[in-house]
Design a protein around this ligand. Structure first.
Ligand code: SF4
Ligand code: ZN
Length: 347
């Protein structure tokens, strides 16, 4: 006998919601999924009417579902947002070039303006060239630091008010776990926040999927037949994150609420008085936000350009002291622009 939908009590249930365990029909699942994201947006005060919002679009499932859902909710609830797609091309042949084709198809389908910025244009290096130079050991450090800054640079160029990223509940729980294991209090605070970078000098980043399970994003994309790219990066994922992910999956199989429980724990952990948190400065070279005199991207870039690729791997503050800044470097960006991300456009 078919199982009947827990919500409408009418249609045949097609899936068991990972988050609640309820058996739902397709329509009731869509409604529950979209309504919960709307609730997150409203209660977290993620957007204001009239804002321009750049959606970090990689062509993967999270950002594809994010673009689709934000477009649906923006129309359904009259948020009054001007939505744009912003993609970063890391220069990974056989991976990013293919996924960008997916973004371009989505751009047509959702009728949203798309901007693509490449590492090659911004930094003079593709990830292919970086991996050739440094091997596959620390490549994700370079890629993550450059992507984070590239998204900000792109957002500044486009004059947007917010950047929306597709970080889902599983990603956030993994990051909380990793930061606890590393004892990184500053990052722990940042990774649990639904809005980050909302100081006057930065463009706030928002996470509408903070409480959305990855399994539900996959189910939504599958039932809605959304066009997304699902191949893993050829330069292999972060091994440490892979262990945290596997551990979380094990816990989740015993206790389905593990992911939300970890997010709630992360939110409740408060930083003791007396713990020194890094202050936000501006990089003396490129003007982008940094917790040291030089930002991580500038140090990594200097290492690459000087043939010392290990320069930025490790503590930034120590490397900054080693680097003697000339007067001219202190006042202008190494790429020739005059500070604060003029030439400078998730993780
Ligand atoms: Fe970049 Fe590493 Fe992610 Fe590949 S796996 S896209 S190299 S951060
Ligand atoms: Zn810098």
């Amino acid at each position: 006998m078919p199982i009947i939908c827990h919500v409408c009590n009418d249609k045949k249930a097609l899936l068991k919601r990972p988050k609640t365990g309820h058996a739902l029909c397709k329509e009731c699942f869509y409604w529950a999924f979209e309504s919960e994201i709307h609730h997150t947006i409203v209660t977290g005060k993620l957007f204001k009417e009239g804002e321009i919002v750049a959606i970090g679009a990689s062509g993967g499932k999270d950002s594809t579902v994010l673009a689709h859902t934000l477009k649906v909710l923006n129309e359904r609830y009259n948020y009054g947002l001007d939505l744009r797609l912003l993609s970063i091309d890391e220069g990974i042949t056989g991976y990013r070039d293919d996924s960008l084709e997916t973004v371009k198809r989505n751009q047509q389908e959702y009728d949203l303006p798309l901007t693509v910025l490449s590492y090659e244009t911004l930094y003079g290096w593709t990830m292919d060239a970086i991996v050739k130079k440094i091997g596959k050991k620390n490549n994700c450090t370079f890629c993550g630091v450059f992507r984070r800054q590239a998204l900000d640079r792109g957002a500044m160029m486009l004059g947007v008010n917010k950047i929306a990223t597709g970080h889902n509940a599983d990603d956030i729980a993994e990051t909380i776990l990793m930061n606890i294991l590393r004892g990184d209090i500053a990052r722990l605070k940042r990774c649990t926040a639904i809005i980050t970078g909302d100081d006057p000098s930065g463009i706030p980043r928002v996470k509408p999927f903070k409480y959305t399970y990855e399994k539900e994003i996959v189910a939504y994309a599958y039932f809605k037949k959304l066009d997304y790219f699902s191949t893993e990066c050829i330069y292999s994922p972060d091994a440490y994150r892979g262990h945290a992910r596997a551990y979380l999956k094990d816990l989740e199989s015993i206790r389905p609420s593990t992911i939300i429980d970890i997010i709630h724990s992360g939110e409740m952990l408060s930083v003791c008085q007396g713990v020194k948190l890094p202050s936000q400065l501006k990089c003396a070279r490129c003007g982008y936000i940094s917790s040291n005199e030089l930002c991580k991207a500038c140090i990594l870039l200097e290492g690459l350009n000087k043939g010392k690729p290990k320069l930025g791997i490790g503590k930034t503050s120590k490397v900054t002291q080693q680097l003697k800044l000339s007067k001219s470097e202190e006042t202008s960006c190494s790429r020739g622009c005059n500070k604060a991300g003029a030439c400078c456009s998730k993780s």
